[in-house]
Structures are given as C-alpha cells and as structure tokens.
Design a protein. Structure first.
Lengths: 628, 107
C-alpha cells in the first residue's frame, strides 16, 4: 500500500490529491532536488545515496542520453558530446560567451533574427542541441528521482536561478523546465532560497547578506526582510572566482616548491586533484601531506600547513570582499546594518573564508546547514508553500532587476524607465511625445543597461506604435509602461493618450548578458560617467539643432518668399549651412553657437510670421466675434 | 485495544517533531473520500480537542478522534522504505478491502 507522510494540522490531502512539490537547485557544476517530507525539507538522494547530480549531459550516437556521474566519467574521453556547465550558455548568444577557445564544443551560432532568438547551440553526435534542451535533461533526471522518492507525480517545482540572471536567462530556465515536463511554480533567486532554508523568513526583520562561494563563481546578495517579505536590495559578484582558484594556488605552490614547469595534461589534472583533496583536508586539520608520482617519474612529497595555505590564498579571500563592499554600497548600507550572514557554496567550508567573512561583518556567519544543499532546501520549502501544503505562513518574495530597463529617445539616448535594483514585480510608466509634425508612428526600442548612449546598452526588443493622429510635434502624449512580473519577465506597452491607440510587446527578450558582462557594464558606466554626460549634452544639442533647422526650413518654404527680401533669405540660408556643417563635428559648443546665430538671424522672420498669422486669424473679424 | 507505533515509526515521528520545533504529537484518523470509502489522516498536532482519545506508544503521543477509532482500533503504524520512497504504513486489522493504491480502504 501507499506510504503516507505526516501533514500539517488540517491539511491532510485526499487520496491521490497529494500536492507533491520540489525545489530544484539547477547549478553550473551540480544540481540537487529537495522536498518537504513530514514537515522537514530534505534533499533527495539517488539510488546510490548521492545528493549531488553533476550538471553534465552526454549525447550518444544512438540518441540516448547520459546525465550526471555517468556522463561526467566520460568527460575527457568524449569531450565534444559531453556538455558541462550548460547553465553558462542559457539565454546566451555565441558572442556573449567571450572566450570559447578553452571549450571543446562545436558551437553553432544562431544569429538574432528577431526577439527570442540568438541563443547559441552545440553540435553533438545526436544532432544540434540548445542549452535549454541540455538543461532539460538534467531537470528530467531530477524529476524522475523526485517522483520515485515521493511515489507520485509532481504538481510543480520551484527552480532557483542566480539573482543576476536577466530576462532571457530566466525565460530559458522556464523553457527547460517545460521541456522536462515540470510545472514551474516560480523561479526563486538562489540567495533568497538560502535565507529561507535558514528560516530567516521567520527571523527578526532586518538586512541579511548571502555570501555564495561556489566552485567557479562568487555571488553576494543583500536581502532585506520586512514583515515576512524578502526583498533583494543588491547583488554583486565575480564570475571567475571560486573554489577552483584555491586548488590552483596550492597547485602553483607545488610546482614552485618542487621546481617543476610545463607538466603534461595528465600530471596537471593529477596535481589539481591532489590540491583539491589537500584543501578539503585543511578544513579540519592543521596540516596535510601531498604525494604524487608524475608521468616523468618525478615524485612529489610535500607537507602543506594550514598557515601556508592561508598565506597563499589570502588575496583570493580578499578579492571576494570587494564585491561585498560594492553590493553594500549599491544598497546604501553599512556593514553594521547587516543583521545576519548566510554562507552558501562548498567553498565556504574553508576556515579562512569563514574567518574573513566573520571579521568583515563583525559577526559569526550561519554555517550549520550543508552549504551545498542550502539553496535546494530553501527552494523546497517555498515549493511546499506554493503547492498549498502550508496554510499560515504565506510569504511573498521580492526580487530585483540587475540592470536598468529603458527606451531609446531621439538622438540615440537612453531614457531609463525602471532603474536597476528595483524590486519586482514592478510597473512604471513615463510619457513621451512626437518629434516631428504630423508624425503618425513611433518606434519603441527597449534596452537594458546603465549607459547614456543606446549604442552602449543592450537591445532587448523593438516594436512600433502606429495610428497616432497627425499633430504638431510635441502635442501627442504617449505613455510607455514597463511591467516586470514576479519571474523577472518584461512586458512593455505604449498608448497614445488622446486617441487611445495602443501597442505592446511581451519581451521574450532576444538574449541577455552574462554576469561578467553585467559587472563590466556597471563598471563601464561608472568609469564613463563623465564621457556619458558630455555625450548626452552633445546629442541633445544636435537634436535641438536638427529640430531648429527643420522648423526654419519649413517656415522658409511657407513664408520665405512672401515675408523676406533676398538678402534676408541668403543670410538665413548661410546660417543654416553653417549649423549643418558644425553638426557633422562633435563640437558641442560650436553647435550651440551656430544654433544661437541661426536663431538670431530668424528673429525678424519669426516676428513677421507671427504678425501674419495673427492678422490672418483676426482678419475681417470683429472683436466681439472672437471667443476669448 | 489501542493504536501502536513500531519502534522505527516512533523513532521517525520523534525526530520529525524535534526538527519541526513544535507539536504535541501525532493525529491519526479517518475520513470519508477516496476511491474506496475511507481515507487515512496523518497530521502533526498543535492543538488538542476535549474529545480526543490519547494513546502513548514509544514515547509518541497519539491522538484519535472518537469517530475514527472504530475504523483503526488495534492498528500498528510502521515506517517503511520502498526504493527511493519512504513513509508511514498502516497495518490496520479492520481493513477488508483496499483500493489498488492502498490510499483508501473499506471496513
């Protein structure tokens, strides 16, 4: 007969109505699945008692697929068809990845012909596979494990994603889940999941930091808990810093100490494995012995003390504190404001990391849950609530958008509509107007980024608002609304307020940015703040000058012959030519001067036109006829 | 008669209660529904009612409402593993007929 679990009071499920839900930590290196059973969040192991599923997928010629440890074992034998770290490719175009030289894969670049396209693919022996399909294989394996463990079908899953994941990466994760036959209850930010696992949602209100040092990446998130609601205030990190770098330091130390250089790939791998083992041993011991027999016949026998290891990895630890400072600054907070610190990721087991974090924050970080499992455990708790298995504590989680969202305005400038680090879900609106007389359509270009010029930001989508009634420039009122839902997906609508015409787009964003790129874009925006300001001033001047030229041209065509003599016309045209000429340069002040001169040259003309239109309007009418 | 827990079951219940951090014991009962008459109810207890019948087994307090008792009197609760799945099993002497899955039963 069926095996039953203990429910919360009053929440026993009817037969066959069990709301089985799981939390999935879909990681770069390893993935896990957890569930709440008998009121406790537990990680589900496979038949061999292993909790961690290596995020490795191997495609075979007979169309079969291997996932996890089996695939990992074949990594060096069949590198082309064995895909590791597919998470890094989710929602990414080939040019987003940067250095692909170190990777053995046969990439297929799918150019972004339109929104929603442009994610790279990989050619394997079983055909071309997208990162979404590869991730779906991992999710399918975890789903099968969960269903075998819970004895039934899942109603849904909560899947965790890094807080910095952009819209494209979140959408790709959702697509992968769908492909794996999983109903996504929601995507949850990894740091938020970790905080939930520690029960911080029931803790005192305040600000918490989540320090996540994994195998190859470092992330810091600042969360704020108020009235049971989590809000991500800021995120930061380093996508190229993790436990592997600590192994590498030991490895370099070994080479130096033994006077070795240029090892074979096999020896390198052997020594890195030994280095990793030594690192792990030094968590509990004050010294460890590293021995190895190299292919060259050389032997290595070195004793490494904890102190030596601390010394050689000191700056790695210090490097993690930089992003921590930046995140605190972004959140507008001081170290003293942080009430608690949560440690996530296997690398936070290292005592020197724990000590440095404790020193930085002036308090002991939370480490009693397994740092490899804490994210999945938190996701399972959230899934359990969303599936309706808990009544009382219904909490809502707020997340944050990593980069500002905005639209392009005249002259290639960015107008930010939702600033970065805004909590989601959110909706913001702003009004825009037409640039030219009689303009009946407007192109809305949605971008992501911090820079002032559109060319420095990332294009997400383009759409058009048509059917604007012809009006003079500046008279139309077009309200552009940005809405970001709880999963971080963006929809944009534009509405002309007078006529009510409307157009909108759900940004199935083309593809997004890697966390490294997010970091780079933020750094750029800081470094280029002054340049950007000048560029904006120049563009604004240019746009203004173009508008002036347009207006004068229009006026000349209409009234030039009637109201001006030849000399005045020549003078105005000469001034126009001079302005056109300096417009080609990027001399901000020269443009300003030329525009002012043209303005001056047309004062009399403008006066004459004004008189003419007044006399036309009033001509032949009595004062009493006028409605004033 | 009474309700009893196997040693394995009581060990797990005590563990779950400890990790949950609150709760008086375990409520076992039946209710109508399901594909074959009655269904079991298995819940943590935070509040007792005056009518509740109280049993002690292996250090676990078991509460049963008087209406349910006739259906489950003499039952032993066990904890079992089936492959990757694990959970509580009801060894109920009153059951005459079960639905295929065993989640509901007839007496």
């Amino acid at each position: 007969m069926a095996l039953l679990q203990i429910s919360e009071p009053g929440l026993s499920a009817a037969p066959h109505q069990h709301r089985l839900a799981v939390g999935i930590d879909l990681g770069t290196t390893n993935s896990l699945v957890a569930t709440v059973r008998n009121g406790i969040s537990v990680v589900l192991n496979d038949e061999e008692g292993r909790a961690l599923l290596p995020s490795v997928v191997r495609y075979l010629a007979d169309d079969s697929v291997q996932v996890g440890n089996v695939a990992q074992a074949m990594q060096s034998a069949d590198p082309v068809n064995t895909i590791i770290s597919a998470k890094r490719f989710m929602g990414r175009g080939l040019h987003d990845i940067g250095d692909t030289l170190g990777m053995p894969y046969r990439f297929v670049d799918i150019p972004a012909a339109g929104p929603g396209q442009g994610m790279l693919q990989l050619r394997t022996v079983a055909g071309v596979k997208s990162p979404v399909e590869i991730s779906a294989e991992i999710l399918k394996t975890l789903r099968a494990r969960a269903e075998a463990s819970r004895g039934g079908e899942l109603v849904g899953a909560v899947i965790t994603v890094p807080a910095y994941f952009d819209d494209a990466q979140r959408q790709a994760t959702k697509d992968a889940a769908k492909l794996a036959g999983l109903n996504v209850l929601r995507l949850l930010n990894e740091p938020t999941a970790a905080a939930i696992a520690y029960g911080l949602d029931n803790a005192a209100e305040g600000v918490y930091a989540v320090y996540d040092l994994g195998g190859g990446t470092f992330d810091i998130s600042i969360l704020k808990l108020s009235r049971g609601v989590f809000e991500v205030l800021a995120t930061n990190g380093n996508s190229a810093l993790g436990g592997d770098d600590f192994d590498h330091r030991i490895y370099c130390g070994l080479l130096e100490k033994n006077g070795l250089s240029a090892l074979s790939p096999q020896d390198t791998r052997l020594l890195l494995t030994r280095a990793r083992a030594a690192k792990e041993e030094l968590t509990d011991r004050s010294e460890t012995r590293i021995t190895a027999l190299l292919g060259s016949g050389d032997t290595i026998d070195t004793v490494l003390s904890r102190q030596d290891f601390y010394a050689m990895s000191q700056n790695l630890v210090a490097n993690t504190l930089q992003p921590v400072r930046r995140a605190l600054r972004d959140a507008g907070l001081k170290v003293e404001d942080v009430k608690g610190v949560v440690m996530v990721g296997g690398s936070t087991r290292m005592p020197q990391v724990q000590r440095a974090v404790a020193e930085f924050f002036g308090q002991t970080p939370l480490t009693n849950l397994d740092p490899d499992k804490v994210v999945a455990l938190g996701a399972a708790i959230q899934a359990n609530v969303l599936a309706g298995n808990r009544s009382a504590d219904d909490w809502l989680l707020l997340d944050v958008i990593p980069l500002s969202l905005g639209i392009e305005t005249m002259g290639g400038l960015t107008e930010k509509i939702i600033p970065r680090n805004s909590t989601i879900p959110t909706a913001r609106a702003q009004e825009f107007t037409t640039f030219k007389d009689g303009q009946t359509a407007m192109s809305i270009h949605v971008v992501q980024g911090e820079r002032e010029l559109i060319s420095d930001c990332r294009s997400l989508a383009k759409f058009e608002l048509r059917g604007i009634p012809p009006m003079v420039a500046g008279a139309a009122r077009i309200r552009v609304t940005f809405q970001v839902d709880a999963d971080g997906l963006l929809s944009v609508s534009a509405r002309e307020m007078i006529s009510g015409v409307e157009s909108h787009i759900t940004v199935k964003p083309s593809y997004g940015l890697s966390d490294a790129e997010v970091t780079r874009m933020l750094q750029d925006s800081n470094q280029h703040a002054r340049d950007d300001m000048q560029a904006r001033a120049l563009r604004e001047q240019q746009v203004e000058a173009e508008q002036l030229l347009e207006a004068v041209q229009h006026a000349l065509e209409q009234d030039g012959d009637a109201l001006l003599d030849e000399a005045a016309r020549v003078n105005i045209r000469a001034n126009m030519d001079r302005l056109r000429e300096v417009l080609q340069t990027s001399e901000h002040l020269a443009i300003k001067r030329a525009a002012a001169q043209l303005n001056e040259a047309t004062v009399a003309f403008a006066q004459a036109r004004m008189d003419k239109s007044v006399s036309r309007a009033l001509g032949g009418k009595k004062l009493s006829d006028l409605e004033i | 008669m009474a309700i009893t827990l196997s040693e394995n079951a009581s060990k797990h219940v005590l563990n779950f209660l400890a990790k949950r951090g609150k709760g008086i014991g375990l409520r076992i009962g039946v209710r109508t529904s399901g594909c074959s008459g009655m269904a079991y109810k298995l819940e943590f207890v935070d509040e007792t009612s005056d009518d509740d019948l109280r049993f002690e087994s292996g250090g676990v307090t078991v509460l049963v409402d008087p209406h349910s008792l006739p259906y489950i009197d003499g039952m032993e609760l066990d904890y079992a593993r089936e492959g990757l799945n694990e959970g509580f099993r009801f060894n109920n002497p009153n059951v005459k007929d079960m639905c295929g899955c065993g989640e509901s039963f007839k007496v």
